[in-house]
Every structure is written in C-alpha cells, then in structure tokens.
Design a protein around this ligand. Structure first.
Ligand SMILES: C[S@@+](CC[C@H](N)C(=O)[O-])C[C@H]1O[C@@H](n2cnc3c(N)ncnc32)[C@H](O)[C@@H]1O
Length: 405
C-alpha cells in the first residue's frame, strides 16, 4: 500500500532515487545488521541516518541485582562483549551471545525474575588485541606472512626479529608493538648473530625511546641490565625459579656462567646461602653488582669477574654443594671444572646443553655421564631431565640435574 502510494505521488526521478536509497538501506541492514532509519524530510530530500546499534539478544533484570547477574552470565560464558551493557531507570540489559538453556535460565531465576528481550545495543569500540591486528590494516598479506608472531620483552624493551623481506617496514612493526603493549617503551630489532663468548647480539633501534638499559622484574627480584651488552632471556624465568626452589639454607652454590645473576639473585633472595657468581663479561659483572645492591644481597652473592675454569681452579675447588652450568653451547667443555668445584662428599650439578632430535635428552645425559666419569667422579643419580625451550628447528636446550660423588 505504502509503495503504491509513493509510486503514484512521486515523480519518475524521485521514485527511482527512492528505490536506490531503499536498496542501500536494506543491504546495509542485512550485511552490517545495523539499525537504519530513513527520514524523508520533504518529498524528494531523503536523509539517511545510520545508528551504530544492532538488535541484540538481551537478558533484562532489575538494576539492583546487576552485579550478581553479570557474574553469573560471565561464568556461563554467554556475555556478549561486542556490545555495551545498557540500562534504563529500572532495568539492566545484558547482551548475550545465544539463547540460554532451561537450566541456565533457572540459575538466573534463583537470583531474580529475568526476561529475554531483543534490544538495540551500542557496540563496544574494539581495541586491537595484538600488534598483528594493527599491521593487518597496514601491510599486505604477503608482507604480513614474514612478520614474526612473537618477541621478547625485557623490562620495558621489546626485542623482535625482523626478516629481510619486511626490513623496510621495521618502523611500522615497532610502532604497532608500542601501540598495543603499553608497558613497552622501546622496540629493538635483532641484528646479526649471537656472539659466541658473551652470548650477546647486535640490536638495532626501531621505535620508541632510544635506549638499551632497562629494569626487568622476575619472581620478586629486580634486574637492571643493558640488553646490548649482556645476555638475558625472559624465556628462562621458569628455569631460574625451578633451580632456585631446590636450594636449601646453608648451601654453597657456584653459578659458573651467571650473566647479570638471575639464578644467583633469586636463590639468595629465597634462602640463606653463599653464591659465587662468575662471569667473563665485565658488563655482566658490573650489572650483577648493581643487582646485588638493588636486591639487598651483599655478602650472599659474591660476584667474580673471570673465566670459570680459572676461578674454580684458583678459588673454589671442593667448595660447592651445587653448581649451575648455563652455557648451553659450550658447557661440555666445563664439566671437569664443575666436578672440581663440587665438595668431595658430593653435590648437585644443573647442566644445560643444546641437543638435536631424536632423543635430545638421552644425548645430553650420555655426554654428562661420560665426562663426569672422565673427571674422576661419578653420576649417582639423574634427578631430572627436561627440555627447557626450542633453540632451532629440531633442536632443544635441555636441562639435566645430576647428583655426583
Ligand atoms: C647463556 S648466558 C647465561 C646467563 C645466566 N646464567 C642466565 O640464566 O641468564 C652465559 C653467560 O656465560 C658467560 N661466559 C661465557 N664463557 C664464560 C667463561 N669461560 N667463564 C665465565 N663466564 C662465561 C657469558 O658472558 C654469559 O653471560
């Protein structure tokens, strides 16, 4: 009827215009599920008003029980987070993702009377969940393929690998990380291979504040470090904790490759011990000393600058209840020295090595067992073997804890 009336009262051009607008409205409504109002001001001056609201399934409850209902819907996993919770003077309207089952409704009815309604609800502004969400709008599909999904965060510095194919886009990648990770102030890109002695690599500034020093927190300890001068990996946090939690009061520990001291500091923070913390990198020892002060561990952690081989031979022979050997690419060269450090009555060695599949664990246990024997000691028992993290395709950093006599 309305159509017929309009057809007759509108001229040919106006009628055509009306049809076009009508189909635009219907299409938008169908595809965007938006609520669209068409207001005809004067005969042929049509104005299109699109309200960014959608008709959504809602649970209508009295305002006074809002919090209890919100928690309940949340625990049921049906709260629709794409829309804002709405209210009028008496009721709250919770958007939900589906019709509730009888049982679920019963649960809600135990709290109050509920009604299921359809209502126009306002959409929440969507925030990007990852830096890749931002890049999806800025980079081509092809470029996006090359962007690394993960990166390390040390303190407020993010370190990401940027492959050659997307090197020209490094600033965009850095900015996207800064935008999503509000705790990150600087983004650096890995540049070059890891140096074999101090385990550090060149880093290139790509976004944010120009700096390389930061403060990192791990299990209640604070570590100040310069990511361009010393080794540190946040991926070892669990390993630092795993070892630290085994140490008992009164022990003497030798941390042969201490870096800035994540094992040493965490151990000394937990229990009453003496930790000799050795490293060859002067920057690592400088930061270790600062970290000892920051964590108030003067006297408990003794920083020693030097080669672990020499230091043990000269100062630490037969002193240790426990030795930590986290130098995975070369530790097998130091097994004899670790054995020398362990007390004559025996002690524990936490040994790390990279090893390839198949059976990386077996390979590492075998090498350790043989070398301990060659050093005139023996492995009494293998206390624990675990893959700490992948190192390269089909290659793992393996941790083996052994008791030796
Ligand atoms: C893989 S990092 C481990 C650092 C620390 N343990 C950690 O978990 O973060 C190895 C450390 O051993 C040090 N290093 C390498 N060769 C050494 C040697 N012969 N004697 C003492 N330290 C050495 C490096 O400078 C580096 O800081």
């Amino acid at each position: 009827m309305i159509c017929l009336y309009l057809r007759r009262s509108l001229g040919g051009a106006d009628w055509a215009l009306f049809l076009v607008v009508f189909w635009v409205v219907v299409t938008i409504k169908l595809f965007l599920r938006c609520n669209v109002k068409l207001i005809c001001k004067e005969c042929c001056a049509c104005e299109l008003v699109i309200i960014l609201k959608s008709s959504v399934l809602c649970i209508k409850v009295p305002r006074k029980v809002g919090e209890a209902i919100r928690k309940k819907l949340n625990s049921m996993g049906v709260l629709n987070r794409d829309f804002k919770i709405d209210k009028d003077d008496i009721y709250l309207f919770f958007p939900v993702t589906r019709y509730l089952s009888e049982d679920e409704l019963e649960e809600l009815k135990n709290i109050c009377e509920v009604e299921i309604v359809e209502r126009e609800m306002e959409r929440c502004k969507s925030r990007p969940r990852s830096f890749l969400d931002i890049l999806r709008n800025e980079l081509s599909e092809e470029d996006l393929e090359f962007v690394r999904r993960s990166f390390d965060i040390i303190g407020d510095i993010a370190i990401i690998e940027v492959p050659e194919e997307v090197y020209r886009l490094k600033r965009k990648i850095g900015e996207a990380i800064l935008q999503v990770h509000k705790n990150v102030k600087t983004v650096l890109a890995k540049a070059g291979k890891v140096d074999s002695e101090f385990r550090i690599r060149k880093l290139e500034y790509i976004a944010g504040e120009k700096k390389t020093e930061t403060i990192h927190r791990e299990y209640g300890c604070t570590f100040v470090l310069d990511v361009s001068k010393v080794y540190f990996s946040p991926r070892l946090a669990t390993e630092h904790w795993r070892v630290a939690s085994q140490v008992r009061d009164g022990e003497t520990v030798v941390d042969m490759f201490t870096g800035i001291g994540p094992f040493a500091i965490l151990i000394a923070k937990r229990v009453n011990v003496t930790v000799y913390a050795i490293d060859k990198n002067p920057h690592a020892i400088k930061y270790l000393k600062e970290n000892i002060q920051r964590n108030r561990l003067k006297g408990a952690v003794i920083p020693i600058l030097g080669d672990a081989k020499q230091v043990i031979k000269e100062r630490l022979s037969g002193k240790a209840d426990r030795v930590i050997m986290n130098l995975p690419e070369k530790a097998y060269n130091f097994i004899e020295d670790a054995c020398l450090a362990v007390k004559p009555e025996g002690g524990i060695i936490h040994y790390y090595q990279f090893a390839s599949e198949p059976d990386p664990e077996g390979k590492v246990v075998k090498i350790l067992d043989e070398r301990v024997l060659q050093s005139g000691r023996r492995v009494v028992s293998v206390l624990n073997v675990r893959r700490v993290r992948p190192y390269a395709p089909h290659e793992w950093q393996v941790a083996v804890d052994v008791l030796i006599r």
